[in-house]
Design a protein around this ligand. Structure first.
Ligand code: ARG
Length: 478
């Protein structure tokens, strides 16, 4: 192995600088320190500390590669690894002292490392820039977040299946335009959310492929003149490969935008579910109750029990959508390569991760706390002429063209409306006024359960079909 290039060079950092200024590793070029206002304005340490452990992981990968190709010595690597291990411990136990003077997470850790291990710490930044370093840190952080969110989605899906299992025969009105349309089972309704979440999970998994590319080696923007081994770093840090262009590697944040788009869709799905829970829990519907631990009361109206969790998730959708737009706008029109603008990627991304993750967690807790009022659901389905389509289909089976059947049933519905009754309440001669083709067997088609059982094709609401959909879903979750 080649002799480490700079392992023996004496450290000859300028000593003439005033102490405060010397703190900034880049201050050598400047004749005065930044003002306090600018220091506070440009620092990111208050929010990018969250990247700390990933910054350390990235540094270990980088240092091991530097040693492997002979840029630093084996002893330097030992010192760097020991120093970083100690820093990790200090950060975990909360004793690490973060300094605003050191701007960001990267410089804070590097400074502490240098304090701990001296020159070896100063060699760590060889063949690296904060530009490829931060891009690597975010990707590592986001990759872990995606894996967590995918697991959370599966947990929620499985909670939905548990609830659905108990309700394959529970009839409720299915709605279009929020008007009673046709009967469905509550299980079938829940499985619609299972499907949305399944697609969400696939989207995160797909996004992860583009997140999981290594920027390190791009250095500031053009790459580095050192004989680095990017593939080795990628392997050590479990990236699927390296970012192929150095300018692109340090500058684009499309992977974060893509994640926010995935997060927006998850929140959109949860907001739809939230809206339904809120409606269903309203006494006007009375379809469900949500366990007290997920609801709050009113300080003035003693009777109130409010579905706050669902409302908050619905509301938080707005901030995640906002973060998506914030990141798109941040990236728009940025010239190559890295610009400080990109420091603004973190807070929206972190908040999108937190919000979607908390929302999934709280929903997964809440779903088993839903109790169902089967009678109220059934009564609502029985009131809205939910089997009108089934009567039309019945007439079609007897030979009437569908449009004519539709018209005959429309007349029957008007007749019932005037009498304030349901189609199933009409006597046979009354029904026969609308078509001579109707006979005694019509009642099997007019019942809610008959309507449910009739839809037994793939994707239909028949109890047997929904049971097999649940079984299939359970398999997919394994
Ligand atoms: N804190 C910076 C960020 O989040 C790190 C990269 C700094 N690079 C630079 N050239 N100033 O983007």
């Amino acid at each position: 192995m080649a002799a480490p290039r700079n392992s023996t060079a004496a450290s000859d950092a300028p000593t003439a600088k005033p102490a405060a200024e010397a703190a900034k590793p880049w201050s050598g070029r400047f004749s005065e320190p930044v003002s306090d206002l600018v220091k506070r304005f440009t620092a990111s340490v208050s929010f990018d500390q969250r990247l700390a452990e990933f910054d350390i992981d990235g540094s270990i990968g980088h240092a091991r590669m530097l040693q492997a190709v002979g840029i630093i010595s084996a002893q330097d690597l030992v010192d760097i690894e020991n120093g970083l291990a100690q820093i990790r411990g200090e950060i975990r136990s909360g004793v690490f002292s973060w300094s605003l003077d050191l701007e960001d997470v990267h410089l804070n850790i590097e400074k502490r490392l240098t304090d701990l291990v001296g020159d070896a710490g100063k060699r760590l930044h060889t063949a690296r820039s904060r530009n490829d370093q931060v891009a690597t840190d975010i990707r590592l952080y986001l990759r872990a977040a995606i894996d967590h969110i995918i697991a959370q989605i599966r947990a929620l899906q499985s909670a939905l299946l548990d609830l659905a299992e108990a309700h394959t025969d529970t009839v409720m009105p299915g709605f279009t335009h929020l008007q009673v349309a046709q009967p469905v089972s509550f299980a079938h309704h829940l499985l619609a959310y299972y499907e949305m979440l399944a697609r969400d999970g696939q989207r995160y998994a797909d996004c992860r492929k583009r997140v999981n590319r290594l920027p390190l080696g791009a250095a500031a923007l053009a790459g580095t003149s050192y004989p680095i081994d990017r593939q080795l770093v990628a392997k050590m840090l479990q990236f699927d490969g390296v970012a192929e262009n150095s300018l692109d590697a340090v500058s684009d944040r499309d992977f974060a935008i893509e994640f926010c788009a995935c997060a927006s869709l998850t929140m959109t799905h949860l907001s739809r579910f939230s809206e339904e829970l809120i409606l269903w829990m309203s006494p006007r519907f009375g379809f469900i109750d949500i366990a007290d631990r997920f609801c709050t009361g009113s300080s003035i109206m003693p009777q109130k029990k409010n579905p706050d969790v669902a409302e908050l998730v619905r509301g938080k959708t707005g901030r995640v959508n906002g973060h998506l737009v914030a990141l798109l706008t941040l990236m728009k029109g940025q010239p190559l390569a890295y610009n400080k603008d990109n420091q603004e990627d973190k807070e929206p991304l972190f908040d999108a991760i937190d919000t979607v993750s908390q929302s999934l967690a709280v929903f997964t807790d809440m779903v088993p706390g839903i109790t169902v009022n089967r009678d109220a659901m059934r009564a609502a389905a029985a009131q809205g002429f939910a089997t009108a389509t089934d009567l039309a289909d019945y007439l079609v089976r007897k030979g009437l063209p569908f449009r004519a059947a539709h018209e005959a049933v429309a007349q029957a519905v008007r007749f019932c409306e005037a009498r304030r009754c349901d189609l199933a309440d009409l006597k046979l001669p009354e029904l026969q006024q609308f078509s001579r083709l109707i006979s005694e067997d019509v009642y099997a088609a007019l019942t809610l359960d008959g309507a449910l059982h009739a839809r037994s094709h793939i994707g239909g609401t028949a109890p047997a079909r929904v049971k097999s959909a649940i079984a299939k879903a359970r398999k997919a979750l394994k």
